[in-house]
Design a protein around this ligand. Structure first.
Ligand code: FIX
Ligand code: ZN
Length: 435
């Protein structure tokens, strides 16, 4: 039997050990295995321009979060957007490095992320602040061995992809060879935004792809819409199906998406026992010239999520929302519905002050029955900083909560802490999938 932990330092060190020693299952990323190709010239000397596995210092520095930040300090009136987009990846990285890291102190979370990543790889930047040593080092890495290395260093045991079937580059890779996604380190997620956001456009595509659908949800459309989903779930071996939705998304207002939900999507998911992940609150293209960095957030409708959970008890829903304002109502909704699993501090919420606030609030309302974080990494190496920073914050919040519990005289043990931590960063996700 393990000893009871009572004092704060003992609790803190038990929590820290448990969090860093527990391998994570990262439930939402935009990462791909080497089979999807690498856009950089790698150790084998090959360049794949449609390559989707991003890694290395130039990719880290040109993360879309940092592109948005550089346009704040070198505005488009000085460097027009189109001129920036015409630059090579390396030139873009040099521009961002100069303005955000050399001329200013890199204190934003996205800047700090690059530094934490380089630091954890042992590539600390010297006082001359040049990127060349890091570039040389990354050029020598073999992509597949590097995936192992990053996963080991970040202590991530499984990476969940986002596999957008409406993205032509990605769809063609799956069609050319479905084995493209079968890397034991990665799992697939069927991502279908247009199906709920723009059914007229989605139904046209489905028809082109051999699943004849019309803009109204008639009998034939229901049959073929379901066939389309089953086909892609099987082809990708998807472990769940996902969408990202705008802030004004509602369910139950009579929109065509209500029928898509009721007649096509949710029946297939229930039949397959797969959860549906909703990431709600992304206002796409607020400043389109910024491309991937163009999006902002907005306040969403939690009541629609509650209605879905109530009306479809046979379905399972993962949900995360982008607005800070939605977090409390969403956590309360999760108290009401066992088929709702709240996850992650998404995108603009993935900042220390907000992770801290949201994680504490969720622990208070939901105990350990939630998934505190996902990485949303787009560049492999980002797993290092995203999980390092999140582990720190989850550790602080848990330490306080355990200390409060221990002060009541409750016999808290190291084994309890390890069990809870495993639940938070791995089992809640896997058990919800298996439920
Ligand atoms: O929709 C999503 O999955 C978002 O996470 C991304 O589109 C977004 O660009 C992102 O990378 C946020 O972290
Ligand atoms: Zn994402």
């Amino acid at each position: 039997m393990s000893a009871t932990l009572t004092d704060r330092p003992a609790i803190e060190s038990a929590v820290t050990r448990a969090l860093w020693e527990q391998p994570v299952v990262d439930m939402h990323t935009h990462l791909y295995p080497p089979s999807f190709g690498t856009p950089v010239v790698n150790a084998t000397g090959k360049t794949d321009h449609a390559g989707m596995m991003l890694y290395g210092v130039d990719e880290l520095i040109t993360y879309h979060y940092l592109i948005a930040e550089v346009f704040r300090v070198v505005p488009a009136t000085k460097l027009p957007y189109e001129q920036f987009w015409r630059m090579s990846k390396r030139e873009q990285a040099d521009h961002i490095w100069k303005h955000l890291f050399v001329e200013r102190t890199p204190i934003s979370e996205a800047c700090r992320g690059v530094l934490t990543t380089l630091h954890l790889l042992g590539l600390d930047v010297d006082s001359d602040k040049t990127l060349e040593p890091a570039r040389k080092w990354f050029a020598q890495q073999d992509p597949s061995k590097y995936v192992d290395r990053v996963m080991e260093l970040a202590n991530v045991e499984s990476i969940t992809m986002t596999n957008a079937v409406f993205d032509d580059v990605e769809r063609n890779k799956w069609l050319a060879d479905p084995k493209v996604g079968f890397d034991p380190r990665f799992t697939a997620v069927l991502r279908i935004d247009p199906v709920l956001i723009d059914w007229p456009a989605a139904s046209k595509k489905l028809t082109e792809w051999g699943f004849a659908c019309s803009t109204t949800v008639d009998e034939k459309t229901v049959e073929n819409g379901r066939k389309f989903l089953r086909h892609w779930i099987d082809l990708q071996k998807a472990i769940y199906v996902a969408v990202s939705l705008p802030p004004d998304f509602t369910y139950g207002s009579g929109a065509v998406s209500d029928q898509v939900f009721e007649k096509i999507l949710l029946p297939v998911l229930a039949e397959r026992g797969l959860p549906f992940a909703m990431m709600i609150g992304a206002r796409r293209g607020a400043n389109p010239a910024l491309r991937d960095a163009a999006d902002m957030g907005g306040v969403s409708d939690v009541q629609s999520v509650a209605k879905l959970c109530r009306d479809f008890p046979q379905n399972k829903f993962f949900c995360t929302m982008l607005a800070r304002e939605n977090q409390h109502e969403l956590a309360v909704a999760a108290r009401k519905f066992g088929n709702l699993m709240v996850f992650g501090c998404w995108w603009f919420l993935n900042n220390p002050s907000l992770i801290d606030e949201i994680t504490r609030m969720r622990l208070e309302l939901l105990g350990t029955s939630m998934i505190p974080q996902h990485s949303d990494a787009r560049v492999l190496d980002q797993l290092l900083y995203k999980w390092e920073h999140s582990r720190e914050l989850i550790a602080r919040a848990l330490t306080d909560k355990y200390h409060d519990t221990a002060r009541t005289g409750w016999p808290l043990t190291d084994a309890d802490i390890r069990g809870d931590v495993k639940r938070l960063v791995k089992d809640n996700f896997l058990e919800f999938l298996a439920r």
